[in-house]
Design a protein around this ligand. Structure first.
Ligand SMILES: *Cc1c(COP(=O)(O)O)cnc(C)c1O
Length: 425
């Protein structure tokens, strides 16, 4: 099936006379009639037993997302942050390192650079445009994985999958990719060599700004046993898990080893799982993902062109626009569009940007992105507020920069609104 069909039909098959939409199973527990049955589940978790491990509503949505990305399994989490955290902790422990592209979401930069450091895990930053040799050179004997972002929030760089996947695999390392901005409608990282995908489903996947969430998807493609034999890494993927009655992830679950371990070890211990109700909302968002993504891309393309034509705008960053630094790379990996987010830099710096934003009537100033409604954010006074003007420049952000997230309104109304903003400068 094509993705437009999968978003509606994967993951849940109504029984004869059963409910047509995924039922919300608002229950923490599942009842069994014998001790032996429960004991067997503790030896090998194959059925629902407690909703921290798995819940039928979440399970249906997980199966759908796994199908959309082309993976063997998926685990929903309570937020995108939780997904990024667990995706790395499933491979790294104190004393290990991993590599991350320097162009990733700011929240992930804090998590990797500060919080994981406190846990004894080192993040080695490598430029998003690094060559194969540069990436390989950064890898240390204790490096366990590589992390990148398909279209980075907010820098809008495009990840060069071919280079990063080859560097990862030539060194027996799995590649994890945050696919939040692209969604599986615009890019399926497994088709380009990624091994694990994470999402903040809070953004386009849910799409309606009604609840936060995240997920980890396993391609099933990484050969843990081979990497273990070659390097001694990933022993806990292959050797018996003493915290789980000697469960063997590769031995007992084959291609789904990574995602089963994430659930049985990490979700068991950290407990950052979503409510069934949240999974239900997420599913409703996903059902319209293809039509929404098409419209986001169409609107953003027209809005980017409009910005480009204005003499009040110093710079327009949109990888779907010819002439953008990442246009060619986007054409290769994201031929159907590059999401609805545009970065612009307004001539006149901070003061002009604030006047532009405050004059907008339709686009709302909010700490969100990829909303169904057009929204804007001024990084210099919000997410990057603590930085001086010099530090902002070093971070690739200037006082005049505005992150413009196109919604699904009629594009003519969005452009009329932008005209109001520009007139106020
Ligand atoms: C928002 C975001 C996250 C974090 O997701 P939350 O759901 O807010 O925790 C991670 N990655 C990217 C690319 C994001 O945009």
């Amino acid at each position: 099936m094509k993705i437009e069909t999968k978003v509606l039909h994967s993951g849940y098959k109504p029984e004869n006379g059963g409910p047509g939409t995924i039922p919300i199973v608002q229950s923490t527990t599942y009842r069994f009639d014998s001790c032996d049955h429960v004991a067997a589940l503790f030896d090998k978790p194959t059925e629902f037993m407690y909703s921290r491990f798995a819940n039928p509503t979440c399970d249906a949505v997980e199966k759908k997302i796994a199908d959309l990305e082309g993976g063997v399994g998926c685990m929903l989490t309570s937020s995108g942050q939780a997904a990024s955290l667990l995706s790395v902790l499933n491979l790294c422990c104190a004393g290990d390192s991993f590599i991350a592209s320097s162009s990733i979401y700011g929240g992930t930069i804090n998590l990797f650079g500060f919080t994981l450091k406190k846990l004894g895990i080192e993040c080695i930053w490598v430029d998003v445009d690094a060559s194969y040799e540069e990436i390989c050179k950064a890898i240390k004997p204790n490096t366990k994985c590589i992390f990148g972002e398909t279209i980075a929030n907010p820098a809008l760089t495009v990840f060069d999958f071919d280079v990063w996947a080859k560097a990862a695999h030539d060194n027996n390392l799995p590649l994890i990719v945050d696919n939040t901005f692209a969604t599986p409608y615009l890019c399926r990282p497994f088709e380009w060599g990624a091994d694990i995908v994470v999402h903040s489903t809070t953004k386009y996947m849910d799409g309606h700004a009604v609840q936060g969430g995240g997920c980890i998807v396993d391609s099933g493609n990484f050969d843990w046993e081979k990497a273990y034999k070659a390097t001694g890494k990933f022993a806990d993927m292959v050797e018996p898990d003493e915290s789980y009655h000697g469960l063997r992830y590769v031995g007992d679950f084959g291609k789904a080893a990574y995602i089963v371990k994430a659930r049985t070890q990490l979700m068991r211990d950290f407990g950052c799982y979503p409510a069934a109700q949240s999974a239900f909302y997420l599913n409703m968002g996903i059902e319209t993902l293809p039509v929404r993504m098409q419209r986001y891309c169409e609107n953003a393309r027209k809005v980017a062109e409009f910005f480009k034509s204005s003499d009040k705008i110093a710079k327009v960053i949109y990888p779907g626009l010819p002439g953008d630094k990442y246009y060619e790379r986007a054409q290769k990996y994201l031929p159907n569009g590059t999401c609805g987010v545009i970065s612009i830099s307004i001539k006149g710096g901070r003061a002009a940007a604030v006047r532009f934003m405050d004059a907008l009537k339709l686009a709302c100033d909010e700490v969100h992105v990829a909303d169904i409604r057009t929204c804007v954010l001024h990084p210099a006074s919000a997410t990057h507020r603590q930085l001086t003007d010099e530090q902002l420049v070093a971070a690739g952000i200037d006082g005049g920069m505005v992150r413009f997230s196109c919604g699904l309104e009629n594009v003519e109304d969005i452009i009329e609104d932008i005209k109001l903003g520009l007139a106020a400068i």
